[in-house]
Ligand binder design. Structure first.
Ligand code: ATP
Ligand code: ZN
Length: 287
């Protein structure tokens, strides 16, 4: 492990790979020689990348072979290694759920007593069963867990669900959502001071990208008598920029608005007489 480089483990190929690389790119970090090799050097940040199966990332980070890694929270909790979850990353959202054949009645969790449950998450399933004082048989399986009830190999499954399409096509229904997951940044607990500093720099970039994604740049024209009202609707980071238009009594206002407030605020701006409203994405936001 080098002190002047942050060694980052990401998934070699799978559902996390593309978005992990995209996030790094948005942070100004480009990967030089693709992910066909085990390792690559990054451009734009002192980073070395290791490409692994997501299952292996927690162990590599615990052992200090990698300083940090990107993978699903579901996998982090299943592997239960001594690593720290540093930051949720907002992609690869999914949930870990119990599903049973659609035709079965589901009176509640007690349905699972005495049943065989197929899963690729035996550790998390065991925890769920214990917490709910349920007695069921855990069948650990890797891959295609959804087909097991149809084949008579299990009575229920405990698996990742995103849209629910796979459940539907296998005649299953979701009955309990046990964990909500998304990709997270994890890091080792014993990073050297210089490496921890790099991690903090990376984190700062990630948060700037996330803030930008949650905000929009808004420009509009406002009549003079409504300026105060409109400023109170889009106060921005510090306060909006106001510039007079060539037409007397009118001003151009520039500000930032949160994605969550967007539609509610737009309606109020229109009511206040704002015209020519333009909304543009923000690439990075440093506050
Ligand atoms: P690997 O070969 O690296 O072990 P894998 O088969 O375990 O890959 P993927 O299917 O690529 O894993 O899924 C990786 C992670 O992506 C999952 O652990 C989960 O966090 C998330 N994920 C899984 N399914 C979905 C989905 N349908 N939508 C969004 N995210 C998902
Ligand atoms: Zn995996």
């Amino acid at each position: 492990m080098k002190n002047d480089t942050l060694t980052m483990a990401i998934q070699k190929s799978g559902r996390l790979s593309e978005d992990s690389v995209k996030l790094l790119k948005q942070c100004g970090i480009r990967i030089q020689n693709g992910n066909n090799n085990l390792k690559a050097i990054a451009n734009g940040f002192p980073m070395e990348l290791i490409f692994l199966r997501d299952d292996d990332i927690p162990q590599y980070v615990e052992d200090g072979v990698a300083d940090a890694g990107i993978l699903g929270l579901n996998e982090v909790l299943e592997k239960n290694k001594d690593v720290e979850v540093i930051q949720p990353l907002g992609f690869s959202r999914c949930r870990l759920s119990v599903a049973i054949p659609r035709a079965m009645d589901y009176p509640g969790k007690e349905f699972l007593n005495g049943k065989r449950i197929a899963t690729s998450y035996p550790v998390l399933l065991d925890k769920f069963l214990k917490e709910n004082k349920l007695n069921a048989e855990i069948h650990p399986i890797s891959g295609s867990v959804e087909v097991t009830p149809g084949l008579g190999l299990a009575d229920a499954i405990f698996e990742i669900v995103s849209s629910g399409g796979t459940l539907l096509s296998n005649g299953l229904k979701e009955t309990e959502t046990v964990l909500k997951s998304e990709a997270v940044l994890i890091a080792g607990k014993n990073l050297s001071e210089p490496v921890n500093k790099l991690l903090q720099q990376l984190l700062f970039r990630i948060r700037s990208v996330q803030k930008a994604a949650n905000n929009k740049y808004i420009l509009l024209n406002a009549p003079e008598e409504q300026l105060d009202n409109i400023i109170s609707l889009i106060p921005g980071i510090k306060s909006p920029t106001i510039m007079p238009l060539a037409e007397k009594g009118w001003y151009s206002l520039h500000s930032v608005i949160s994605e969550d407030d967007f539609w509610g605020v737009i309606d109020k701006l229109k009511e206040a007489g704002a015209q020519g409203i333009l909304v543009a994405p923000i690439e990075k936001m440093v506050t």
